[in-house]
Design a binder for this molecule. Structure first.
Ligand SMILES: C[S@@+](CC[C@H](N)C(=O)[O-])C[C@H]1O[C@@H](n2cnc3c(N)ncnc32)[C@H](O)[C@@H]1O
Length: 186
């Protein structure tokens, strides 16, 4: 899995944004902020080879839904095969920026958790602002926008969009990663 990821990453470094998939430790650091005990709508951005998708699916309660948006067709086709039996997963080969169109079509107007692996610092400013504004609008009152990054450079940007931004960290990832835990509540 790591070899496939690295091959794609080297071809499209700007959109993939890292050379290795996230470690189990980073997945745990992201997912420990999710309360899986009730039915949830979760939107994942950039599942790649499924490092976060797999543990998300294994924790989801039966009536929950996971929308995963992946731009890279090689990754998306592989995920499609890997998770073909997972009825809770809606895998969408499109940009994260279009997520609201797909939710609207399914009559969903609130998201409990966003789980984002997007390389925020490599995105153009306008697209990043549009996306983060949409996420903040769609976030349920008790929901969270979870985003990992390899630096603290995104703190200020996220603080402009969300009332509360806390930062978690894991050393055991290549490279070590910060997890931003954002909400609309003070
Ligand atoms: C850093 S990789 C993370 C992969 C995986 N989630 C992990 O943690 O190992 C970022 C992923 O985001 C995808 N991506 C980049 N821009 C995107 C966009 N606008 N919409 C959807 N996916 C995007 C890339 O193709 C890549 O799979």
């Amino acid at each position: 899995m790591a070899n496939k990821f690295t091959k794609e990453a080297l071809q499209s470094l700007k959109s993939v944004g890292s050379v290795a998939p996230s470690s189990k430790f980073l997945a745990k650091t992201m997912l420990k902020h999710i309360d899986f005990s009730s039915p949830l709508v979760i939107v994942e951005f950039g599942p790649g080879t499924g490092a976060l998708t797999k543990p998300l699916l294994s924790e989801l309660s039966e009536s929950s839904l996971l929308y995963s948006f992946e731009l890279n067709e090689t990754f998306a086709n592989q995920l499609d095969q890997q998770f073909a039996d997972e009825s809770q997963l809606k895998l969408i080969i499109d940009s994260a920026l279009q997520f609201d169109e797909y939710l609207l079509a399914d009559g969903i107007d609130k998201v409990d958790y966003f789980v984002s692996s997007l390389p925020l610092t490599l995105m153009n400013t306008q697209s990043r602002n549009i996306l983060l504004d949409k996420c903040s609008d769609y976030l349920a009152d008790d929901g969270y926008f979870l985003q990992y990054q390899y630096s603290l450079n995104s703190y200020k940007r996220l603080k402009e969009k969300f009332a509360t931004v806390n930062v978690d960290f894991t050393l055991i990832n290549l490279p070590p990663a910060f997890v931003y835990v954002c909400s609309n509540l003070l």
